[in-house]
Ligand binder design. Structure first.
Ligand SMILES: [Zn+2]
Ligand SMILES: [Zn+2]
Length: 338
């Protein structure tokens, strides 16, 4: 893809060097010392040298190979394997991508971030960098890049991931409800071809380990007292609009005051004891692993909470089937909102 001409109505954030370098036809300086490009940008080491680039971040399905003898001396590289598809998990790699760019710039290096076409994957990574370093929203960062590079257009899956990145405070917190919910959704998109569920998606069984026991709240089966899950497993949601949400009317106001039933279930991440019930079927019951009492249900396609909100996928435990055991006096709410 040729990006030689650069934008005509360019932003004032661009360094004047952008025009000097764009002769290479493959890359564009979108921020001082940060270049965006496609695969062609790395095919000519001379161009990298001419632009003073000594750090290259590749976000592509294949790592580019530099010909022997033409390497750029002292070149620092990072390769993040990623396809340009909405279901590609770029989110999990954003922190190290942003750290790589920041470190290179701190060392006075110019950085090239490139993918195959220089339009989606690399744009998403640089957008994350702009968001985090300037503490700006996804829209502001992406808008800025598009003003500099009008053909920048990331896929909608990356847009969603960058909004989650923003919601997490520009840092991927793998223990956050937001991240857990995201990972579950990625798996769900691959269901039902899925042969097994990645182990890391399961919360440890609180009955078998003390891990996480500093969580202040533990939930036990009301009938047999078996420990079932900890408060850190709850993927809380903003309450839906009550009965209105069950009526499929597009005109319903999103923030209508609820007059209907509140959430009567906990939606949680899957816990190890559920593993064998979840595989191979789209939905089913969740039974206590000890006394077989019915606790709730799951559905990979999602279920609607009593408050009206859809949760996908859903692992739902009825509040009246479990007891909340508080280890310490608690101030404020225990759960996080997604
Ligand atoms: Zn609810
Ligand atoms: Zn039980």
């Amino acid at each position: 893809m040729l990006e030689a001409q650069g934008p005509s109505g360019s932003s004032d954030c661009r360094s004047p060097r952008a025009s000097e370098v764009s002769y290479a036809g493959q890359m564009l300086e979108v921020l001082p010392q940060v270049y965006l490009g496609g695969a062609a940008a790395v095919s000519e080491p001379d161009h990298l040298r001419a632009a003073g680039i000594s750090a290259v971040l590749t976000v592509d399905s294949e790592e580019p190979s530099f010909q022997v003898g033409t390497e750029v001396e002292g070149l620092r590289r990072l390769f993040v394997p990623a396809l340009d598809r909405p279901d590609t998990d770029l989110l999990s790699h954003l922190d190290r991508c942003v750290a790589f760019i920041s470190k290179a710039r701190d060392e006075g290096r110019a950085v090239l971030v490139h993918c195959h076409a220089g339009v989606s994957r690399s744009v998403a990574v640089v957008t994350a960098f702009v968001m985090k370093t300037n503490l700006v929203t996804f829209e502001e960062a992406y808008g800025h890049l598009q003003s500099v590079k009008p053909d920048a257009k990331m896929n909608e899956g990356f847009e969603r991931q960058l909004k989650l990145y923003q919601a997490m405070g520009y840092e991927v917190d793998t223990s956050s409800a937001i991240y857990k919910q995201y990972r579950l959704q990625v798996v769900t998109e691959k269901y039902p071809e899925l042969q097994n569920i990645p182990q890391e998606l399961f919360a440890v069984d609180p009955a078998t380990t003390l891990e996480g026991s500093n969580d202040k709240v533990l939930y036990k089966c009301r009938k047999c007292r078996r420990s079932l899950f900890r408060s850190s497993s709850i993927l809380d949601h903003n309450e839906g609009s009550g009965p209105e949400a069950f009526v499929h009317k597009r005109m319903t106001l999103p923030f209508m005051v609820s007059i209907g039933p509140r959430c009567t279930s906990y939606f949680i991440e899957p816990v190890q004891w559920m593993e064998f019930s979840l595989l191979g079927v789209m939905d089913g019951q969740l039974l206590c692993p000890k006394c077989r009492a019915k606790l709730g249900s799951f559905n990979w396609c999602g279920e609607q909470c009593s408050c009206g909100r859809w949760i996908t996928p859903a692992f739902q435990i009825h509040k009246n089937r479990v007891d909340e055991i508080k280890a310490l006096p608690v101030l404020g709410s225990q759960t996080r909102t997604i």
